[in-house]
Write a protein that binds this ligand. Structure first.
Ligand code: FAD
Length: 393
C-alpha cells in the first residue's frame, strides 16, 4: 500500500530528490517514534534529541538560503520534513513556528545583518524561537493587538501581554508582533515585528495548562518595559502584519502537512488493525462500515496533500499564496482529523488506550483545526477574497 510509506506518487515525492529527502527524514523520525514522543510528553521533555538530529542533518533549515546556513530549497521541502516527522509519530510543532514562521519572515523581510545574526542558528536548530501574536483580546482579530512598542532613541520599549505562545520553555528568542501606532481613521493598530531575547529583563511567563499531549508547552507571556534594540525591528515599522503574514501563510501550509502526516500515520495503523482484527470470523476491514470511513479518509488525505503541494509550489514561485495556503490548511486539518478519528473508531476500545498510540495525538489535530487560523476565518477569507462576497464582521 502506498499510504504506509512515503507520499502518494506524484505528490511531494515526484522527484528522486523528494524521495531521498523523505527516506532520510523518515529514517531519523522513525528511529525516535511514538514511544519516544510519549516519553518526552510524560517527562516534561522538549524532544531535544529529535530536534538536534533534524537540525544536525540540515532539515530544519532546508528552505533557507545557503548563504545563511540553510539548504537552499523551498517550502515544499520543509513540508516534506514536517509531514514525515508526523507520519513517524513524532509531530514537531516547533517546526511550524521556529523554522516555518520565523525562518520565513526573516528570510523574506530581514536585512542582511539580521539574517546573518539569526538564520544560521535557526537553520541548524542551535536556537529555537517562539512566535507571539495572539493576545487575550486579539485572537482572530490581529488589528486589536494592544501590546505596545514605544520608540526611545536607539531602542523600543515593549509593554503588554501575549497568550497561548508555544515553546517558550525552549526558546532563545521570541518574535513579537506589537503596536507601534494606530491608524487614526480605522482605529486599527499599525503593527511591527521585533526579535526579542527570551531572557530579556522584564519578560516573564506563566504556563497555561492544556490537554495538548505534546512536548511544546503553552505560555502567557508578559512584557514589562522590555527594552529591544531598534536593530531588532524586522521589516518596516508599521507594516508588521504584511511582514508577519509571509510566515503565517507558511505556517498554514505546514499545519496542513503536520495534520496529513498524523492522518496518514493513523490511517496506516487503522488499515493494519482492520486486516488483523477479527470478531465475527472475518477481518473487521471486510465490513463496509469499517472499510468505507478509511477509504473516505484516504481520499480526503490525498486531496489535502495535493492542495498542500500546490500551496508550496505557489509560495516557492514567489506568487501570492494567501488563498492557496488557506485552502491547504482547511483541507489538511480536516482530513487529518477525519483519518485520526476513523482510526480511533475502528480500534474499538483499544482506540483510546495509550498502548495503541492514536488518541494521544487527538488534541494536536483538533487544536490545529482551530489554530493558527480557524476554519471560520478561512471560510471568511475565501468568501470575501475568492468569491467577492460581502464582509460580515
Ligand atoms: C495550543 C495552542 C497553541 C498556540 N500557539 C500560538 C503561538 O505559538 N503563537 C501565537 O501567537 N498564538 C498561538 N495560539 C493562538 C491561536 O492562534 C489562537 O487561539 C487562534 O488564532 C484563535 O484566536 P482566539 O483563541 O482568540 O479565538 P477567537 O478569536 O476568540 O475566536 C473564537 C471562535 O470564534 C470564531 N470567530 C471569531 N471571529 C469570527 C468571525 N469574524 N467570523 C466567524 N467566526 C469567528 C473563531 O473561528 C473561533 O472559533 C495557540 C493556541 C493554542 C490553543
Amino acid at each position: 500500500m502506498t499510504i504506509t510509506t512515503g507520499a502518494p506518487p506524484g505528490l511531494l515525492e515526484s522527484t528522486d530528490t523528494d524521495r531521498a529527502l523523505r527516506e532520510a527524514v523518515g529514517g531519523i523520525a522513525r528511529s525516535f517514534g511514538p514511544d519516544y514522543f510519549q516519553q518526552q510528553v510524560d517527562a516534561g521533555g522538549n524532544a531535544q534529541e529529535l530536534w538536534d538530529a533534524l537540525g544536525g542533518h540540515g532539515f530544519l533549515g532546508v528552505h533557507l538560503p545557503e548563504e545563511y546556513g540553510g539548504g537552499g530549497q523551498g517550502l515544499r521541502e520543509l513540508a516534506i520534513v514536517t509531514e514525515e516527522t508526523a507520519m513517524a509519530g513524532v509531530p514537531a510543532l516547533s517546526i511550524l513556528f521556529s523554522a516555518g514562521v520565523i525562518g520565513t519572515v526573516l528570510d523574506r523581510s530581514a536585512n542582511h545583518e539580521q539574517k546573518r545574526r539569526w538564520l544560521p542558528d535557526l537553520a541548524s536548530g542551535a536556537k529555537r524561537m517562539s512566535f507571539a501574536i495572539t493576545e487575550p483580546d486579539a485572537g482572530s482579530n490581529a488589528h486589536r493587538i494592544a501590546t505596545v512598542a514605544t520608540r526611545d532613541g536607539d531602542r523600543y520599549v515593549l509593554n503588554g501581554q501575549k497568550y497561548y505562545i508555544t515553546g517558550m520553555e525552549s526558546a532563545d528568542m521570541v518574535m513579537v508582533v506589537a503596536r507601534t501606532g494606530t491608524d487614526p481613521e480605522s482605529g486599527r493598530g499599525r503593527l511591527s515585528v521585533f526579535m526579542v531575547d527570551a531572557d530579556a529583563p522584564g519578560l516573564t511567563r506563566t504556563q497555561i495548562r492544556t490537554v495538548m499531549n505534546q512536548p511544546e508547552k503553552s505560555w502567557q507571556v508578559y512584557f514589562d518595559n522590555v527594552e529591544v534594540p531598534a536593530a531588532n525591528l524586522v521589516g518596516e515599522e508599521g507594516h508588521g502584519l504584511r511582514v508577519a503574514f509571509t510566515g503565517l501563510n507558511t505556517e498554514r501550509v505546514l499545519t496542513s502537512s503536520i495534520c496529513t502526516g498524523i492522518g496518514r500515520y493513523a490511517l496506516a495503523k487503522a488499515v493494519r488493525y482492520a486486516n488483523e482484527r477479527s470478531v465475527w470470523g472475518t477481518p473487521i476491514g471486510s465490513h463496509q462500515g469499517v472499510a468505507h470511513p478509511l477509504a473516505a479518509a484516504h481520499i480526503h488525505l490525498q486531496a489535502a496533500v495535493h492542495e498542500t503541494e500546490r500551496a508550496c509550489w505557489t509560495y516557492d514561485s514567489g506568487a501570492e499564496v494567501g488563498e492557496q495556503a488557506n485552502i491547504a490548511k482547511y483541507l489538511g486539518a480536516s482530513a487529518g482529523l477525519e483519518a485520526l478519528d476513523a482510526a480511533i473508531g475502528i480500534h474499538g476500545g483499544n482506540g483510546v488506550s495509550m498502548e495503541y498510540q492514536l488518541a494521544n495525538y487527538f488534541f494536536i489535530v483538533r487544536m490545529l483545526n482551530m489554530g493558527p487560523v480557524s476554519k471560520e476565518m478561512i471560510l471568511n477569507f475565501v468568501a470575501e477574497r475568492s468569491l467577492g462576497l460581502p464582509r460580515s464582521y
